[in-house]
Design a protein around this ligand. Structure first.
Ligand SMILES: Nc1ncnc2c1ncn2[C@@H]1O[C@H](COP(=O)(O)OP(=O)(O)O)[C@@H](O)[C@H]1O
Ligand SMILES: [Mg+2]
Length: 438
């Protein structure tokens, strides 16, 4: 764990490098070595004066010995200074915010990460001026009183609210009075981990809720058929029809959940097939043609069979494209849906784009950034009426992530929407840019 390693490293750096001495708390090796060098320089001058009175040979020997001592002292001072410099560089590079406070709780060192986290941090000020969290201040008071090392969770409020985990420990420099201990404080920003936990919890709650609704409806109808509608064949048939629809809805939801899970599990597995997007598009368009006809419309696809190859998982790419075309049919107002190659753009070098465009109701701008979130729908009712699960675009997004691709959405209310899948061409994939693996 980097936290433990860096914690073990820091007291050593400070005591060996004399950084505490630099803060005025006592003389460290660097200062001692410098003082020794100065004393030796004085000695050397004296030796020169004295030597004039002795024999030349004896004076020369004395001078040589002292010169050697002086060089050694200067070398020690240089080494100590380099060690301080290295220590400071290490701390400056540490991604975790780190602070050192004196025995009065005043900040005497803060690395750049700490300055970024605590914007109001000032050297020499009590740390409570920068971070007022009561739990943390209690822990700090305890540490200043000589308490043992401890870790606490504390929230940093403000517009960049952060879930922090702080580790506090007392540090006493060599030869220093134990009462004048310094407090080392290392922070870990756990906001992202907390966010991930929250998202997972929300997801499970959403998925359960989505399943519970049709389940409750099916149970209700079973009771009705067993009870009041027992002898009413007409009502029974009608209810069985509704139950069938609800069961299909549950089936779609479970299929989409499993699909999402599978894609997530393989997120870091490199796709190993080469596909021509145009050929895939032709197949999907043919498969969805009956769905379009049922809705009284058509899918107009540009012939792209000569287009470039992409590296991809055939089933997943078909699923992504199928989801976009299904959406365009569902929300496209019964007007023709077009599938065509996207014009290459300068900001996506080596990428191949395929657009699915409809002439439907469009999507208000405020929804666009959230559309690929699981279960996010502009209108839950409309989505359900169309047999939607709210997972289609989340699936597309995950498939694109696995393919080092992207999904872009453009939409204008009353005019329609255009969803574009961007994928690196097979050629670009083989010669990745330095950032491609991130
Ligand atoms: N082509 C489109 N036109 C208008 N709205 C769309 C379109 N595609 C997706 N949406 C909106 O995005 C939401 C999420 O889409 P999706 O994840 O596929 O879920 P679902 O289709 O199951 O509702 C839809 O409910 C709808 O509100
Ligand atoms: Mg959908």
């Amino acid at each position: 764990m980097p936290r433990v390693t860096s914690l073990q490293l820091i007291p050593a750096l400070f005591s060996a490098g004399g950084a505490i001495a630099a803060s005025g708390a006592g003389a460290g090796p660097a200062a001692q070595a410098a003082a020794a060098a100065a004393a030796l320089a004085c000695g050397l001058l004296a030796a020169r004066t004295l030597g004039a009175k002795r024999s030349d040979a004896a004076a020369e020997v004395a001078e040589t010995v002292r010169a050697a001592e002086l060089r050694a002292a200067i070398a020690r001072a240089d080494a100590a200074e380099r060690s301080v410099d290295l220590g400071r560089r290490v701390l400056a590079r540490l991604p975790q915010p780190l602070l050192l406070m004196d025995a009065a709780g005043r900040v005497i060192y803060a690395n750049p990460a700490a300055h970024t986290l605590f914007e109001r941090l000032r050297m020499g000020e009590h740390f409570s001026m920068s971070f007022r969290n009561p739990d943390f201040l209690d822990a700090l008071a305890d540490a200043l009183d000589g308490g043992p090392a401890r870790s606490i969770d504390a929230t940093l409020h403000g517009d960049r609210g952060r879930a922090l985990h702080a580790h506090l420990d007392g540090v006493i420099a060599e030869g220093e009075d134990p009462r004048a201990r310094h407090i080392l404080c290392l922070f870990e920003d756990r906001s992202q981990a907390m966010q991930a936990i929250r998202m997972r919890t929300d997801f499970i709650a959403n998925a359960s809720h989505e399943l519970r609704t049709p389940l409750a409806s099916i149970r209700g109808f079973i009771e009705t058929i067993q009870g009041p509608a027992r002898n009413d064949p007409e009502a029974r048939d009608r209810f069985l029809g509704i139950m069938q629809t609800q069961a299909e809805r549950m089936q779609r939801l479970v299929d989409d959940l499993l699909s999402l899970n599978r894609i997530e599990m393989n997120q870091h597995v490199r796709p190993d097939q080469q596909e021509r997007l145009g050929t895939l598009a032709r197949e999907i368009v043919a498969a969805l043609d009956p769905v379009a006809r049922e809705r009284g419309t058509v899918i107009e696809a540009t012939d792209m069979s000569a287009g470039p190859l992409v590296r991809g998982d055939r089933d997943q790419l078909s699923q992504a494209l199928g989801n976009l075309i299904e959406n365009a049919l569902k929300y496209g107002g019964g007007k023709p849906v077009r599938v065509f190659p996207a014009a290459p753009t300068a900001d996506r070098p080596g990428m191949v784009g395929l657009t699915v465009a409809d002439q439907g109701e469009g999507i208000a701008r405020k929804h666009l950034p959230r559309l690929t979130e699981r279960f996010y729908r502009v209108s839950v009712k409309r989505s359900r009426d169309q047999g939607g699960t709210g997972l289609g675009l989340a699936i597309v997004k995950h498939i694109m992530a696995r393919h080092r691709g992207d999904l872009t959405i453009e939409s204008k209310l009353e005019e329609g929407s255009a969803f574009t899948l961007w994928l690196p061409s097979a050629e670009a994939w083989e010669t990745p840019t330095p950032h491609a693996d991130r």
